[in-house]
Design a protein around this ligand. Structure first.
Ligand code: AMP
Length: 586
């Protein structure tokens, strides 16, 4: 059987008319081919169309809008040409950093993040110097617009990133205001994981005939492939993989990573740990690639570390396992990847590494393939050691049939008589020699550092209730304290607006929030107990709906009056009050 199937060729970045300098930067960062959202979005954006893209984090959506913008930017114009609005300061920084990476070969291009919580000074000098691309959170962008320090009159590109999150955080009015304040003839790209009515409305009202991009994925997975996933943090993936390699009974394995560089790095690390592994990626010349695949087919090689493109259509019956070391960008890649095992009617095993922040991609895969993946626990140190002992026994059994046995037996017998040492000791000494100083058993894991009690993972979000805010731990186990802010029902404030403003001005994450209880003229918010003095100071001066919130630790209910009111947790779903007209202020 041929080792290559004829799959439709995916486009390359070079097919997409991207500016050469950006192309070079993409090659430097090691992207081999566009992810599906990039392949679908870059051409219409380059052609000047408005685009609505249904895409989540992890799909490669940042490059999907950054690459076309950078390809078209005019360096001679000093006032901002591109504005990206992002719901949180983390995302704004991440997007600004990505623009920086993709523009590494465009000298003189300036990207400026502006977000709540950072001093105005840095942002003002950045704006004065001239920024071609501004990436900001909505509240801070409005502040600069009001102060007259941000000039959007020559804006050509506006991106709404994670639009649904922005609305959930109460930024709808701010976003609409920015949209209305920018020139009529600009290109707008909107990315959102979901398409609620409010976003449809924005796209209808502020976008011109947008091209809508929803990925249609190939979603059928073969029933002879068993699919599992392991939860593992990025920094522990290599350790996790080596445990899997030691304990899983595999014939040949293909391990998928995202970049060309990663194929080389990982194959090298596996070799240095004693596994026979080779890399294949789009840079490896055809002859070498065929040689490597030939070795895999013939059994001279058991582990191939590959990118999607390099492994496309690979058909080798021996591949019993596929490991998704880096989670794929989209369901279709997942289906292609795991289809490299279970060939010729055999059974196959697919294993997916999922970092905590990638759980939504796992959910998307399960939803699209309509098949839940079973969670696998990583092999323990005891499992690994039991396997090592058993393999050691097997290797002795195997060597007992060697032709050289007679010669060595004679030498050992001579040694035994001469030195009067028990045979078991001599055998043990030889085993030590063969390890070349390396430890045979894996060391037990150090006991976990004493740490604060953790809440169970995936804690369901609290709903509104009337009880007092009793929780004192956040979803990540952090200690929470109750703070009081001077806005309440009277100001028509909603939980989303509180989270949006406090998260951005205080540099907090949504998972840092506990209960939010909205009272007639104030609200109580649970936040980390150890807020830094600068954060407290910034939050004292934060405004919501134009009102100074004067955040301060809550000293408890006035005597005799029990706490009560509507409570919500930040992880829950926020709905803006229908009749609320005011937006949050960062
Ligand atoms: P994003 O969805 O934009 O947050 O991107 C998710 C991750 O995928 C980031 O680590 C990117 O660096 C990476 N990435 C984006 N595009 C590609 C690509 N074409 N090939 C490989 N990795 C990519």
């Amino acid at each position: 059987m041929s080792d290559i199937e004829r799959d439709p060729e995916p486009p390359t970045f070079a097919d997409l008319d991207i500016d050469d300098r950006v192309l070079k930067a993409l090659s430097d960062v090691g992207y081999e081919s566009p992810s599906p959202i990039q392949a679908a979005t870059i051409p219409p954006l380059l052609a000047g169309n408005d685009v609505v893209g249904l895409a989540q984090t992890g799909t490669g959506k940042t490059a999907a809008f950054a690459v076309p913008i950078l390809s078209k930017i005019d360096l001679t114009q000093k006032s901002p040409q591109a504005l990206v609005l992002a719901p949180t300061r983390e995302l704004a920084l991440q997007v600004a950093e990505a623009f920086g990476k993709y523009s590494a070969h465009i000298p003189g291009l300036h990207v400026l993040p502006i977000y709540g919580g950072q001093s105005y000074g840095v942002q003002l000098s950045g704006l004065r110097r001239g920024a071609h691309v501004v990436v900001g959170t909505p509240g801070r962008v409005i502040d600069h617009l009001e102060k007259g320090t941000l000039d959007l009159s020559k804006l050509s590109y506006l991106v709404l990133d994670e639009a649904d999150e922005m609305l959930k955080m109460g930024f709808q009015e701010d976003v609409e205001r920015i949209l209305a304040d920018t020139p009529e003839y600009k290109q707008v790209a909107l990315f959102s994981a979901t398409m609620p009515g409010a976003i449809r409305k924005i796209s209808k009202q502020y976008m011109h005939d947008p091209v809508e991009i929803t990925m249609k994925s190939k979603t059928s997975t073969a029933s002879n492939i068993s699919q599992r996933y392991v939860q593992v943090a990025h920094q522990r993936k290599l350790d996790a993989l080596t445990r899997v390699l030691e304990v899983e009974d595999f014939e040949a394995m293909i391990i998928f990573v995202r970049t060309k560089q990663a194929t080389e790095d990982l194959a090298e690390k596996l070799r240095s740990r004693g596994f026979s592994a080779s890399a294949i990626n789009g840079d490896i010349v055809q002859a070498q690639r065929e040689r490597t695949i030939g070795q895999l087919k013939g059994g001279a090689l058991d582990i191939l570390v590959a990118t999607d493109v390099a492994a496309r259509g690979l058909d080798v019956d021996r591949i019993s396992h596929v490991v998704n070391y880096d989670i794929p960008h989209d369901t279709e890649s997942y289906v292609h990847r795991i289809g490299r095992t279970g060939r010729a009617g055999r059974a196959g095993e697919a294993l997916l590494f999922v970092a905590p922040r990638e759980r939504h991609l796992l959910k998307a895969i399960e939803k699209a393939t309509r098949q839940p993946l079973a969670e696998m626990q990583l092999p323990s140190v005891d499992d690994v050691n039991a396997q090592r002992v058993s393999k050691f026994g097997d290797s002795i059994t195997e060597s007992l049939t060697s032709d050289n046995l007679a010669l060595f037996r004679k030498m050992i017998e001579d040694y035994e008589q001469e030195h009067d040492v028990p045979l078991a000791d001599i055998a043990a000494a030889l085993a030590v020699q063969s390890r070349d100083g390396e430890a045979f058993l894996m060391a037990p894991e150090p006991p976990p550092a004493p740490r604060r009690e953790r809440e169970p993972r995936e804690r369901p979000a609290r709903r509104f209730d009337d009880g007092p805010p009793t929780r004192s731990r956040g979803p990540e186990g952090q200690e929470l304290a109750t703070y009081r802010i001077a806005v309440g029902k009277r100001h028509r404030v909603v939980p989303g607006a509180i989270v949006g403003a406090i998260a951005n001005e205080g540099g907090l994450r949504r998972s840092d929030f506990g209960h939010i209880s909205i009272r007639p003229d104030h609200s109580l918010v649970e936040l980390p107990a150890d807020l830094a003095p600068e954060t407290l100071e910034a939050l004292r001066r934060t405004r919501i709906s134009g009102v100074l919130i004067q955040l301060q630790p809550d000293s408890g209910p006035p005597s005799g009056r029990p706490r009560g009111g509507r409570d919500d947790r930040a992880g829950g779903k926020f709905q803006r009050d229908r009749d609320s007209r005011k937006g949050p202020r960062e």
